[in-house]
Design a protein around this ligand. Structure first.
Ligand SMILES: *[C@@H]1O[C@H](CO)[C@@H](O)[C@H](O)[C@H]1NC(C)=O
Ligand SMILES: *[C@@H]1O[C@H](CO)[C@@H](O)[C@H](O)[C@H]1NC(C)=O
Length: 215
C-alpha cells in the first residue's frame, strides 16, 4: 500500500510545517517558483492501481493558450503520474501514467470556486473528470499500469522531471484548496458531496484536514 503522510508541506523553499489546512487556501501568483510541495514521509513499498483526486480552484485567467497545472504527481517511472490541469476555461486535462485525456465543456466558472474530481482505474484503463458535480465522458487512458515508488506531489506547477523541470508558462494563477487523494475510484455520491461542500470521507493518501486512514 502506498502511504503518504501529507501533513508536511513546503512552500516554495526551505521550511516544512506539519499542518491541518482545513479552511485554508494557497494563493499562486504566477511568480517564479511559486508552488507547494507535498512531502511524502514514508517510502512506498507497493503500487497504486486506481486513484481519485479532488480539489477546488479559483481563477480568472481565460487565456486559451495557457495550460495551468493544479496537481502534479510524479514517480521515477512516470513523470506525469497523475496530473490535473486546465487550458482556457473549459478544457481540463487529466494525465495518468503519461497518458492524456481532455475534457471539454464542463461547467467551470471564472471568479468562482470550482470543484474538480478525477478518477482512474487500471483494470478498465478509464479516466473520468467531474467539474462542480457534473461528469465528463469517460476516456481510455492507462490500462494495466500502476503508479509505483515514492511520489512527489506539487501544487501549482507541472513537473517535467521528478521533483523539478518546472516551466513557469504552466503555472497556475489563482487559489487552490481542499486537495484530497484516494487509492480507489470514489463514488459519484462522494464526488457530489465534495462538490456541494457536504460530508465526505477525506482522502486516505492526501487529506487537507490532516486525517488519514492509517492514523
Ligand atoms: C453525503 O452528504 C449527506 C448530507 O450531509 C450525508 O447524509 C451522506 O452520508 C453523505 N454521503 C457520503 C457518501 O458521504
Ligand atoms: C482540522 O481542523 C478542522 C477545523 O478546525 C477540524 O474539523 C478537524 O477535525 C481537524 N483535523 C484534525 C486531524 O485534527
Amino acid at each position: 500500500m502506498m502511504k503518504l503522510a501529507l501533513l508536511f508541506f513546503m512552500v516554495s523553499c526551505c521550511y516544512a510545517v506539519p499542518k491541518n489546512l482545513s479552511g485554508k487556501a494557497f494563493t499562486f501568483g504566477g511568480v517564479t517558483n511559486s508552488y507547494v510541495k507535498l512531502h511524502p514521509t514514508i517510502t512506498l513499498n507497493g503500487d497504486i492501481n486506481s486513484a481519485s483526486v479532488c480539489l477546488r480552484y479559483f481563477s480568472d485567467i481565460l487565456d486559451i493558450d495557457r495550460v495551468q497545472s493544479f496537481f502534479s504527481l510524479a514517480t521515477r517511472t512516470h513523470i506525469n503520474g497523475f496530473l490535473l490541469s486546465k487550458k482556457g476555461n473549459n478544457n481540463h486535462y487529466h494525465i495518468v501514467g503519461d497518458s492524456l485525456a481532455q475534457f471539454w465543456g464542463l461547467p467551470a466558472k471564472l471568479n468562482s470556486w470550482n470543484s474538480v474530481c478525477a478518477t482512474w482505474d487500471s483494470i478498465t484503463g478509464l479516466s473520468q473528470l467531474w467539474i462542480n458535480g457534473k461528469p465528463g465522458s469517460r476516456k481510455f487512458i492507462f490500462k494495466g499500469g500502476t503508479l509505483a515508488g515514492t511520489p512527489i506531489v506539487i501544487l501549482g506547477l507541472d513537473q517535467d522531471a521528478y521533483g523539478g523541470g518546472f516551466n513557469q508558462n504552466d503555472a497556475f494563477i489563482g487559489q487552490l484548496t481542499d486537495v484530497h487523494m484516494w487509492d480507489r475510484v470514489i463514488a459519484p455520491c462522494e464526488i457530489n458531496n465534495f462538490s456541494e461542500n457536504k460530508k465526505f470521507q477525506g482522502g486516505n493518501l492526501i487529506n487537507w484536514q490532516g486525517k488519514s486512514a492509517w492514523e
